[in-house]
Design a protein around this ligand. Structure first.
Ligand SMILES: Cc1cc2nc3c(=O)[nH]c(=O)nc-3n(C[C@H](O)[C@H](O)[C@H](O)COP(=O)(O)O)c2cc1C
Length: 324
């Protein structure tokens, strides 16, 4: 079984990848998308998105980080894929799922699912642009506003030469609303020869088992569930359901804020926003976080925020690498 940490723009950056891969259970990460328009992007853009490139494309805990590209022009995608390969990425993923209106208007992301031939041309161009030992993959949804082309798009990804495909089991029109249609994953898996990674609404060990039963996919990608339960991947790997305790999670949030504060270009307001964002996302799993969220919503000062976080984490002696 392989577990991939999902790309999540504005939520899972390199700090978050470091923190979550330290907790454990993940085999691979995918970066947030790098938007390609019509030209080769400067190297610094790649390093900013994926600082792990300076570490051979791995997190500090040795988990490979695949770089994700988004764009609709095969030639431009190819030159940027080649650059990412030169910089040492251990893989390239292509985003055919982003629902953003801005991105879709510029012919990138989920809108491409209306044109399976274009999907195939993009995957092929990227595949041909990078050395054969670097895996190329694609992430799709079931379609743009219907599932009519789901199988055509999946076939297009395979025909273009991808080594695996991740399927977020919803259409673009369905946004992020439950339920994810796991039975569609089975249809796609049966139609393809490449591995299919299941994605969408896997928020617990029980969800994983049900998704596996319905889809037949062993391999999964976790997004929001891994933010809400930082040890979810480890739980699934070990088939146990013990969550981290709230003080341990508070320690992770403190860690995130502290790491961001070391980057002078990051503004305190942004750090406060990210801490509140993470806390809001874990309220369902940790009622204590819910109570505390009411308190930190009012905080506008970084030092005060760190003190409040320390108080929540106080007493936590568990190692970050030992969930439970
Ligand atoms: C805030 C946010 C940002 C996301 N950014 C990306 C992205 O950059 N690339 C991508 O392929 N998917 C992106 N996704 C989709 C997730 O990777 C994932 O497919 C989706 O959240 C469903 O999985 P989940 O139910 O496990 O969260 C994003 C999702 C969210 C909620």
């Amino acid at each position: 079984m392989k577990i991939i940490l999902a790309p999540m723009e504005g939520v899972i950056d390199h700090h978050m990848r470091d923190i979550l891969t330290a907790v454990g259970g993940f085999d691979t990460c995918v970066t947030e998308f790098l938007r390609v328009v019509d030209r080769r992007l400067p190297k610094r853009v790649f390093y900013r998105l994926c600082p792990e490139l300076t570490n051979g494309g791995h997190t500090a805990h040795g988990v490979p980080v695949i770089l994700q590209l988004l764009g609709g022009v095969p030639e431009a995608m190819a030159v940027n894929a080649a650059r990412a390969a030169e910089l040492g990425t251990p893989g390239i993923d292509i985003n055919f799922g982003c629902p953003s209106r801005f991105v879709n208007r510029k012919a990138g992301g989920a809108i491409l699912l209306k044109e399976p031939q274009r999907v195939e041309a993009i995957v092929r161009a990227v595949r041909e642009a990078v050395p054969s030992h670097i895996p190329v993959s694609a992430k799709i949804r079931l379609g743009y506003d219907s599932t009519d082309l789901a199988l055509d798009n999946a076939h297009a990804v395979e025909a273009g030469g991808a080594g695996f495909i991740t399927v977020h089991a919803r259409t673009k029109a369905e946004g992020y609303r439950p339920p994810a249609h796991w039975h569609w994953l089975a249809r796609i898996r049966e139609a393809l020869t490449i591995p299919v990674i299941a994605n969408g609404d896997i928020n617990s060990v029980d969800d994983y088992l049900r998704c596996r039963d319905i889809s037949g996919c062993d391999d999964i990608m976790l997004g929001r569930g891994a933010i809400a339960s930082p040890n979810l991947a480890a739980q699934i790997k070990q088939n146990q359901t013990q969550h981290m305790h709230w003080p341990q999670v508070a320690q992770l949030i403190h860690d995130l804020a502290g790491r961001m504060a070391q980057q002078p270009e990051i503004r305190e307001r942004y750090i406060l926003g990210r801490v509140k964002q993470w806390t809001a996302m874990i309220r369902r799993q940790h009622p204590a976080a819910g109570d505390w969220f009411g308190e930190i919503r009012q905080i506008k000062d970084y030092t005060q925020l760190m003190q409040a976080l320390e108080l929540q984490a106080h007493g936590s002696t568990a190692s970050l690498t030992q969930p439970g």
